[in-house]
Design a protein around this ligand. Structure first.
Ligand code: OSB
Ligand code: MG
Length: 361
């Protein structure tokens, strides 16, 4: 068996600005496992720097190479792998990268597409768009363009001091269309009046207004505003989701499988949320075609009820590392029907964008 990691940097068509910074590239860690003729892939959701999470590509490589590789050597089932890795505190993005590699491997061994292998499926995924901050005219234009393309929901990034301008302008550009905002942790409870002033725009939800690790303040905020709260950064595991729900910290959860240690926890969170009347959608981290294929498979689960941030590949990259990018029609993407994540990796292209390569096994 062979396990490789490629660090690739793909230029984004449009730089993506959130409250924590601007990304011009998707700096991704791609994992490739070869065993007896089966090749499995996965992608870590970590980024070049720790702006979204305290994990980044270098901490992920460190934890994977020095501590996690040992636990994947004999290709355990994903659940068994997570149990073995349980002694490591946090680092759920690092764990998720290998856990998802096992899901691709096992669904390929079974000859079943991943979206069916995970159980109850709708067969496709409804898609929303995530629009980064930019000149206000450009944001309005992009929102209108998203309507034309058929997206089912429009999300715009906001930050402290810019929320009123962005939300009022985009709202006027798209009318009553389903809209949400994402603050990526930019506010504190001191900003409660500002956040409350967004109630009048009829947003589906406000995503992660407060600190990444704070459920209690979100619960407090939720009782004071009418816009539902969606948690992203705060939900790093099933346990975090259970606790958030138990104190009414959110009405909506954005699951990024790579953020919660993979598909096992993602499916548990989605089922639990569904049973507790909490809405669920699948987020994105500007992934290449490999991470995207996992997200689209999960977004097709019957336990997911809101459109996700799983745009087709060509929204992000001129050329992706997969030969069979997704296409969206009527705001819906169908997962691949080949076994596993079903992508054909353009290996030569992948290698040509590789800056570092790690032979793990
Ligand atoms: O908060 O959801 C987020 C991208 C990078 C980091 C964090 C986030 C995002 C997005 C983009 O919103 C979603 C996508 O289209 O992949
Ligand atoms: Mg978010």
């Amino acid at each position: 068996m062979e396990l490789n990691c490629y660090r690739v940097s793909l230029p984004l068509i449009v730089p993506f600005t959130t409250s924590f910074g601007t990304q011009k590239f998707r700096d991704a860690l791609i994992f490739e496992l070869n065993k007896d003729g089966t090749t499995a892939y996965s992608e870590s959701v970590t980024e070049e720097s720790p702006g979204y999470s305290y994990e980044d590509n270098v901490t992920a490589i460190h934890v994977i190479r020095d501590f996690l590789t040992e636990s994947i050597k004999d290709l355990p089932e994903p659940k068994e792998f997570l149990e073995r890795a349980g002694w490591i505190k946090g680092h759920n993005m690092a764990k998720g990268a290998l856990e998802m590699l096992l899901w691709d491997f096992y669904s390929k061994e079974a000859g079943i597409p991943l979206y069916k292998y995970i159980g109850a499926t709708k067969g496709n995924a409804e898609v929303g768009v995530s629009i980064g901050m930019d000149e206000i005219d450009l944001m309005m234009e992009r929102a209108k363009d998203a309507l034309k393309r058929g997206y089912k929901r429009i999300k715009v990034k906001i930050k402290k001091g810019m929320e009123e301008k962005i939300v009022s302008s985009v709202r006027s550009a798209i009318g009553e269309f389903p809209m949400s905002v994402d603050a990526n942790t930019d506010y504190t409870l001191d900003d409660i009046d500002t956040i409350k002033s967004l109630d009048k725009y009829g947003l589906k939800y406000i995503e992660q207004p407060l600190s990444y690790d704070d459920l209690i303040d979100h619960s407090n905020l939720a009782s004071k505003i009418s816009t539902p709260i969606c948690l992203d950064e705060s939900i790093t595991s099933f346990e975090k989701a259970r606790k958030a729900i138990s104190i009414n910290a959110c009405k909506v959860i954005n699951i990024k499988p790579g953020r919660v240690a993979g598909f096992t926890e993602s499916l548990n969170i989605a089922k639990y949320a569904h049973d507790h009347g909490i809405h669920v959608w699948i987020g994105g981290m500007l992934e290449t075609g490999i991470g995207r294929a996992f997200n689209v498979s999960l977004a097709s689960s019957s336990f997911v009820d809101y459109p996700g941030d799983t745009s087709p590949n060509d929204r992000y990259f001129k050329k992706d590392i997969v030969r069979n990018p997704f296409t969206m029609s009527d705001g819906v993407i169908k997962p691949n029907d080949a076994p596993g994540i079903g992508v054909e990796v353009d290996h030569r292209f992948l290698v040509s964008f590789t800056s570092e390569r790690f032979k793990l096994l």
